[in-house]
Design a protein around this ligand. Structure first.
Ligand code: CP
Length: 328
């Protein structure tokens, strides 16, 4: 028996920043989250992880859509597996830029209007920077941003924070190195907006001259009194970071392919460099990795990127449960 499409309430009991929708309704950017929301996600993720059998029918009767116009491995499989493992049905378009009616010129808004009339929740990855806001404006059901152009990937930030909490035992009082293509990457922004909420955190941004952090992100940190430093080499930061978050050069987002190729390989965490990190520091990466994280680093006891990827399943199971079953 199909459950009725959930009506989206205008307000929820928890007070969130009124500039953004409640994350219990739509998940579009990390600025929506407050620590109590993260805590709720993490506690539920841990409960599901410890006793998955008890949650097998939680989403029975719900239909979840995955609508992806950009390539994905982790986000695609983990959202799909999360929905199915909770008992939901899944309907999908991976390669929606090739296989949905977007090919015929249909707008994202029209596609989302139609999809939201058929399902209970939409997981959207789209090349447009503003795609999730555009989708939320027309959707009748919750929308989860699974990556919007070069702006945000908020569920990655949730699983990143969950990983830091599990591995370091805290979310504040950390020195967090964020390295790679900070101009075109989206996971870094979502991570930083998320972790900037916790007291005592300091950021060390490491990027080649043409991959510097976005001005809006730095402005946000200045406005909130969050300290940060900028660097061009990993040697300057490896010794003092508690968390090192590596990312790849986003070659597909460069205007000039030659510049993209020449930027690859400018920032590499060589195995001999990683050995200079604090003993209890951790190395993270949202993956996929390319040149910046050689396979030799996998043997370093600080490497946590595959555990980080695995954590995505439990966090996304928790998030789907909260958005689809919470009465607001
Ligand atoms: N981390 C991440 O978003 O990976 P995918 O692009 O494979 O989904």
């Amino acid at each position: 028996m199909l459950r009725p499409v959930r009506t989206l309430a205008k307000e929820t009991a928890v007070v969130f920043n009124p500039k953004y929708p409640s994350p219990y309704q739509h998940v579009i950017m990390s600025q929506q989250f407050v620590p109590s929301f993260l805590e709720e996600v993490f506690v539920l993720a841990d409960r599901i992880r410890a006793d998955e059998a008890s949650f097998r029918d939680t989403l029975q009767g719900f239909v979840v859509a995955e609508h992806f116009s950009e390539a994905s491995t982790r986000t695609w499989y983990s959202f799909g597996a999360a929905a199915v493992r909770l008992g939901a049905h899944l309907v999908c378009s991976q390669g929606s830029d090739k296989f949905s009616s977007e090919v015929k010129g249909e707008s994202l808004e029209d596609s989302i209007r139609v999809i939201s009339g058929n399902v209970h929740l939409i997981v959207l990855r789209h090349v447009d920077d503003d795609s999730s806001r555009r989708a939320v404006a027309v959707s009748k059901v919750p929308v989860i941003n699974a990556g919007s152009g070069k702006t945000q990937h908020p569920t990655q930030a949730l699983l990143d924070a969950y990983t830091i909490q599990r591995e370091r035992g805290r979310l504040g009082n950390l020195i967090i190195g964020v390295a790679g293509d900070l101009t075109r990457g989206r996971t870094c922004d979502s991570l930083v907006y998320n972790m900037a909420k916790y007291p005592g955190n300091t950021f060390r941004f490491v990027a080649p001259y043409n991959c510097k952090p976005k001005p809006g992100l730095l402005q946000h940190l200045r406005e909130h009194g969050v300290p940060f430093t900028e660097h061009e080499s990993l040697e300057e930061v490896v010794h003092d970071v508690d968390v090192l978050y590596m990312t790849r050069v986003q070659t597909e987002r460069f205007d000039d392919p030659e510049e993209a190729q020449s930027t690859r390989g400018k920032l590499i965490l060589h195995a001999h460099l990683a050995k200079h990190m604090k003993d209890d520091a951790i190395i993270m990466h949202p993956l996929p990795r390319v040149d910046e994280l050689p396979k030799e680093v996998d043997a370093n006891h600080r490497a946590r990127y595959f555990e980080q990827a695995d954590n995505g399943l439990w966090v996304r199971m928790a998030l789907l449960t909260m958005l689809l079953t919470r009465q607001s």
